[in-house]
Design a protein around this ligand. Structure first.
Ligand SMILES: Nc1ncnc2c1ncn2[C@@H]1O[C@H](COP(=O)(O)OP(=O)(O)O)[C@@H](O)[C@H]1O
Ligand SMILES: [Mg+2]
Length: 248
C-alpha cells in the first residue's frame, strides 16, 4: 500500500481538485483507492457527492481509539474508490494529536487499511501543523500544487524547511505547477525551468480551466464530465507521473 498526499501551506492552489481527480484515475485504472478528506471544509467529500454526517466528535473518538478507521469509510459512486469524508471535528485533529501526544497516529490508523487498499490519497488542510508533520512522515510521496508566482515558490521553500526541521526526507516532496495560465507572463516564465524557480518540479502541470472550477457544481471528476478537455488530460499525465514515482 502506498500513501500519497496533496499538500501546500497555501489554500486555494488546487490540492483538492488534484487529489480527487488523481484518486479517481487511480481507481479507474484498477487500483483500490481510499481518499481521506482531512480538511474540515470538506471540499473533496463534496466533489465526490458525499452527504456529510455532521454528528458526534469523530476526531476525538478516532484519536482515543474509540472508533476504528474502517467505520469512517464510505463507498463512492465509482468502483474501487472509497472515501473518508471530512468532518467538522477534523479542525481539532491537530489539537487532539497534541493533547494525546500521539506521534505516529496517522501511520497507525492507516496500517490496517493495507489489506483493502493499494493507494491512500490524503487531501490536506493548508497548514504547517502537527497533522501536516504526520502527513509528511507517513506519506511515501507528497505532491505540492504550486501556482506560478514568486510568492508561491516562497511557500514551497517554507514547506521544504518545515520538512527538514521534522527530519522528513525532502526528496519525497514533489512540486507541480497548478492553475497555469499561459497568457500570463509570469506563468510562462516559471514554466521555463531555465528561468529559475521550482527547478525540480514534476513534468505534469495543471492548466487554469473552467472545467475544474465547475467540479463544484457537477460534483464529479473532470475525467467524467469532460474526458477530452485539457484539464482531464493534464490530470491523466499527473497520475501517470505519480504512478511511476511511487513504484520506485
Ligand atoms: N486548474 C484549475 N483551474 C481553475 N480553477 C481551479 C483549478 N484548480 C482548482 N480550481 C478552483 O480553485 C478553487 C480552489 O481549488 P482547490 O482544489 O479547492 O484548492 P485547495 O484544495 O488547494 O484549497 C476551487 O474553487 C477550484 O474549483
Ligand atoms: Mg482543499
Amino acid at each position: 500500500m502506498k500513501v500519497i498526499a496533496f499538500h501546500n501551506i497555501k489554500g486555494g492552489v488546487g490540492k483538492t481538485a488534484a487529489a480527487v481527480n488523481v484518486a479517481y484515475l487511480a481507481a479507474r485504472d484498477g487500483v483500490p483507492t481510499l481518499l481521506w478528506d482531512l480538511d474540515a471544509q470538506g471540499a473533496a467529500s463534496w466533489y465526490l457527492g458525499d452527504t456529510p454526517d455532521l454528528t458526534g466528535e469523530k476526531a476525538a473518538r478516532l484519536v482515543k481509539g474509540k472508533t476504528p478507521i474502517g467505520k469512517m469509510i464510505n463507498a463512492t459512486a465509482y468502483p474501487k474508490l472509497d472515501l473518508i469524508p471530512a468532518h467538522p471535528s477534523f479542525r481539532n485533529l491537530d489539537l487532539r494529536l497534541e493533547q494525546e501526544g500521539q506521534k505516529q497516529a496517522l501511520r497507525d490508523w492507516l496500517a490496517p487499511l493495507s489489506e483493502d487498499y493499494a493507494l491512500i490519497v490524503l487531501d490536506c488542510p493548508p497548514s504547517l501543523s502537527r497533522l501536516a508533520e504526520q502527513v509528511l512522515q507517513t506519506s511515501d510521496a507528497v505532491f505540492v500544487p504550486t501556482i506560478p508566482s514568486w510568492l508561491s515558490i516562497n511557500s514551497w521553500d517554507q514547506l521544504v524547511a518545515f520538512a527538514e526541521d521534522k527530519k522528513v526526507k525532502t526528496g519525497k516532496l514533489h512540486p507541480f505547477l497548478s492553475m497555469v495560465d499561459r497568457r500570463k507572463r509570469i506563468h510562462q516564465t516559471l514554466l521555463d525551468k531555465s528561468k529559475g524557480g521550482l527547478k525540480r518540479r514534476m513534468r505534469a502541470f495543471i492548466p487554469y480551466a473552467s472545467d475544474v472550477e465547475r467540479m463544484g457544481e457537477q460534483r464529479c471528476p473532470v475525467s467524467i464530465t469532460r474526458p477530452r478537455s485539457p484539464a482531464a488530460l493534464a490530470y491523466e499525465l499527473l497520475w501517470k507521473e505519480i504512478r511511476k514515482l511511487i513504484k520506485r
